[in-house]
Design a protein around this ligand. Structure first.
Ligand SMILES: Cc1ncc(COP(=O)(O)O)c(C=O)c1O
Length: 438
């Protein structure tokens, strides 16, 4: 048997002890625990690419504003459920400056991370029509969104969008939306895990069909402005972060502060709902809420029941970060560009050693370098490859759990791999290739 960088007996033993039958089907958190155990037992550090967490320090402006707010005593006071006024105003300014979209302050809501935003939105909007079922996902996607629907007993359907790019998207999307089964449609852009970025042509198709079939688009902008091929960093200056909101009034934007501002730990995100949806009424909501007004049901029904608002000091932090970005004093995009630069180097290491990039094209252009990339190795399924890479001290997740049709694929997240580990990664990939090339 060929030798592997990590002691194969220990790796096998830890897989057994964690009672993981198939590493490929394990959840991200299960993979994390397994790797922690193997690291402890072997004394070897993994190249860790499984978790999508920020790898940069938090935005200092936020920390200072948050400390100041705590010193003033906000910890003792319940924040308004719909958010503190200065934050709401900065969110509306941010949306104008970086997306070129006019939204009213009422529709700008802080949430406990963008995850709570999606939960509250599913909870409310998927109940607007009693004869409809739930959400259509443009996959691949973030598995937790489906988990959110599962715990609420809501249904969904999904398709892998990779083979339906450009004008091809129209017929495919219409075949789903025309069934009348969906209240909402969700995708992330840039996409976790594939890093494809929808073009304006595609966003227009999505927007037009959402209007035609009265479906609300939930646009997840967790990786805001991170298509580094374009410079979206200047407030009030084109180009702007592309959005479906240019093409339909049926939209909700989820803007996370976790990656863009490295503020994941404080669990604060932004939910921006269009005026049209905010002010619309849906009598079927009365089954669950004491109002048929969508905006009121979202805020005083769903967000109130979930957490009664978002951390008071966290809101001051985010308000200060957004203000600095809006005033042109904080170039947050420049800071996170590091992810794209690392991805470029890491992808080359993989492809130099016999690996292939799975989602390699953005329509007709090479896929951009960003927070994630996807890879495969000839002759392996994603699950097999993930299992084998453990013996080489490399961890990631399979694309299976993301709704991808590409069962040979693995998702790698660049954020937790320090540049100092690049030589080790290269050495391990070389060892893998040496042992497996035909
Ligand atoms: C596509 C996507 N949406 C949402 C989130 C969660 O964002 P937040 O930390 O703001 O809850 C993530 C985090 O990894 C993500 O990748």
């Amino acid at each position: 048997m060929s030798s592997t960088p990590l002691n194969s007996e220990i790796v096998k033993q830890k897989i057994q002890e964690n009672k993981i039958k198939n590493v490929g089907n394990a959840s991200i958190r299960e993979v994390k625990k397994l790797i922690d155990d193997i690291e402890k037992a072997t004394g070897e550090k993994f190249v860790r690419m499984e978790m999508g967490v920020p790898g940069l320090p938090p935005t200092q402006i936020g920390i200072e504003a948050q400390k100041k707010a705590l010193d003033k005593g906000v910890a003792a006071i319940y924040p308004d459920i719909f958010g503190i006024q200065p934050l709401k105003e900065e969110i509306a300014r941010f949306v104008k400056n970086f997306i070129d979209l006019d939204v009213s302050v009422d529709g700008c809501l802080p949430t406990v991370g963008s995850m709570q935003g999606s939960f509250a939105v599913f909870m409310t909007l998927n109940r607007m029509h009693k004869e409809r079922e739930g959400t259509l996902f443009l996959d691949p996607g973030f598995p937790v969104h489906k988990q959110q629907l599962r715990v609420m007993g809501q249904t969904w359907e999904a398709f892998d969008v990779y083979n339906y790019r450009g004008e091809k998207l129209r017929a495919k999307l219409e075949s789903y939306l025309s069934t009348g089964r969906f209240c909402t449609l969700l995708y992330s852009n840039p996409n976790n895990p594939s890093w494809i970025c929808f073009t304006d042509e595609e966003l227009q198709i999505i927007g037009e069909l959402a209007t035609k079939y009265d479906v609300i688009v939930i646009e997840d902008l967790a990786y805001f402005a991170m298509d580094f091929r374009k410079d979206y960093s200047k407030p009030g200056v084109p180009p702007y972060q592309p959005t479906v909101a240019k093409y339909t009034e049926n939209f909700v934007l989820l803007i996370s502060s976790s990656k863009a501002f490295s503020y994941a730990g404080e669990r604060i995100g932004m939910l921006v709902i269009s005026d049209k949806i905010f002010h619309s009424t849906a009598p079927d909501l009365l089954r669950y809420y004491n109002t048929e007004r969508v905006g009121a049901a979202l805020i005083f029904g769903s967000i109130y029941s979930l957490s009664s608002g978002t951390s008071h000091s966290g809101q001051y932090a985010l308000a200060a970060i957004l203000k600095a970005a809006n005033d042109g004093k904080l170039n947050f995009v420049e800071v996170v560009k590091e992810y794209g630069e690392k991805a470029k180097i890491m992808k080359k290491m993989f492809t130099d050693n016999g690996f292939k990039i799975v989602y390699d094209k953005d329509i007709d252009k090479p896929i951009a370098d960003g927070f994630y990339f996807t890879f495969s190795y000839p002759g392996f399924t994603g699950a097999e490859l993930l299992g084998e890479l453990l013996y080489y001290g490399i961890s990631a997740i399979t694309l299976d759990i993301t709704g991808s049709e590409r069962t040979e694929g693995i998702r790698a997240c660049v954020s937790l791999v320090p540049r100092a580990q690049f030589p080790l990664l290269e050495q391990r990939l070389k060892a893998f290739h040496k042992n497996h090339k035909s």
